[in-house]
Design a protein around this ligand. Structure first.
Ligand code: VJV
Ligand code: CA
Ligand code: ZN
Length: 393
């Protein structure tokens, strides 16, 4: 078998920091930073590090974080102490400042370091893109799309994506943000609500009463006031349980294709949350590694500078599979790597099946029922198409 080689004249950079991965949200908390270690171990076992520029991410500075976050919030985040006794799962009267310290966003040892390393990787990736030193820059430790200016939310404390896009905007007139995490990318959408230089599109499970964060309806498209340049620049694709690769690909290609045509971005930021995969502990979709990866492939084909962020993903073995396959797509070696996992991979026993592409039956036994009728998907495409008439590059 031929070795993974560096594509000529094409640069992929990989930004991570092992110090980020050692942090713990708590024993049974769904967010497990070691999934990054597992992903990297699989990526390296395939020999892909030889085809990329590999960087140890630095910590973002306070000033860099303050480009988006309020200093009150950053000061508090930098000084709060971890809780000696973890709170009950549903604390009814927590004295939460900035939504910190509840069960979703616990205070843990080294929290500020964890956050600044995540944002540091994302910023390094953005700089590589700005200086044209990478064609694709990968920051799997980033993608924490729920964090607000002065509030933690849904396992996210610092919005590394917003900070990275603000960096891109210093060099790029228009940035397209795409979010395939199963949750709505509310923090990024809100941050760029009033500008026409960033268009955001999120695909997500939508159920205002029963699924976090409850926002992102089809007709939530930015400020309603037409004087505001951000009007029409938020696209939302609300989905139901059980969507398949085939349906998701049709939606993604049609919608992203039309947005690129109309908005003509000069760079793309893609959040690759892996909780949209089948069998995710928190997710509800039936996507396979192939279907999830097809989104990355489609974005790469747009031939624009591209950043890949991580995000959610709560069944670590499937997160590692998806981000490994997507790293191979970035490099362009996806046809060359074996669908059988390398025998010598550390953590090999974590993966259960020895394939990069487990079938739905292998993942779930019984696939989740698909509650996305074709008619509804056509209505979504039509709504987005009509919305795009109001968008002018
Ligand atoms: O649904 C919620 C909020 C509640 C309050 C807190 N309880 C624990 C759950 C219900 C209304 N939060 C979501 C947040 C999802 C964040 C997703 C982040 C991303 O993937 O988009 C990007 C990184 C939620 N769903 C499931 C849980 N929280 C959850 C939290 C736990 C838990 C089990 C489930 C926290 C601690 C422990 N178990 C021990
Ligand atoms: Ca999403
Ligand atoms: Zn998520």
């Amino acid at each position: 078998e031929s070795a993974i080689t560096r594509p000529k004249g094409y640069t992929v950079s990989f930004h991570c920091n092992p110090d980020m991965e050692k942090h713990h949200f708590g024993m049974t908390h769904p967010m497990k930073p070691w999934r990054l270690t597992l992903s990297k171990s699989l990526i390296y076992s395939y020999g892909m590090s030889f085809a990329m520029d590999n960087y140890i991410a630095r910590a973002a500075t306070y000033e860099e974080l303050a480009d988006f976050h309020s200093t009150d919030y950053l000061d508090f985040l930098g000084t709060v102490l971890p809780e000696p006794v973890p709170r009950d799962l549903e604390n009814q009267n927590p004295d939460l400042r900035f939504n910190l310290g509840g069960s979703d966003c616990p205070l843990f040892e080294g929290l500020y370091d964890y956050c600044s390393l995540s944002a540091g990787g994302a910023l390094d990736a953005a700089r590589k893109i700005c200086y044209k030193q990478s064609d694709i820059a990968i920051a799997w430790g980033g993608g924490l799309h729920h964090a607000k200016k002065a509030e933690a939310s849904g396992f996210c404390y610092i919005n590394d994506i917003v900070v990275a896009i603000l960096q891109l905007l210093r060099f790029h007139p228009r940035v397209l943000y795409i979010d395939i995490d199963v949750h709505h990318g509310d923090g990024v959408e809100e941050a760029f609500f009033s500008t026409d230089r960033v268009m955001t599109v999120s695909f997500h499970k939508y159920d205002p009463n029963n699924f976090f964060p409850g926002t992102g309806a089809l007709d939530d498209n930015g400020p309603k006031n037409e004087q505001n340049p951000g009007a029409h620049h938020a696209v939302n694709v609300p989905l139901n349980d059980g969507i398949t690769d085939e349906q998701y690909d049709m939606l993604f290609n049609t919608i992203v294709g039309r947005i690129v045509e109309r908005f003509r971005p000069t760079a793309i930021a893609l959040q690759c949350g892996a909780d949209s995969l089948a069998g995710d502990r928190l997710g509800r979709f039936n996507l396979q590694v192939q279907g999830h990866g097809a989104c990355v492939e489609f974005c790469k084909k747009m031939n624009l500078p591209l950043i890949l962020f991580g995000g959610g993903g709560y069944t670590p073995r499937n997160v590692a599979r998806a981000w490994t396959y997507e790293t191979s797509i970035a490099i362009g070696c996806q046809e060359k790597i074996s669908p059988m996992l390398p025998q010598h991979a550390p953590w090999r026993q974590q993966f259960r099946q020895d394939t990069l592409f487990p079938t739905l039956e292998q993942i779930l036994g019984e696939p989740r029922q698909n509650r996305n009728p074709q008619k509804r998907l056509q209505d979504i495409v039509q709504h987005v198409t009509e919305q795009l008439r109001f968008v002018q590059a």
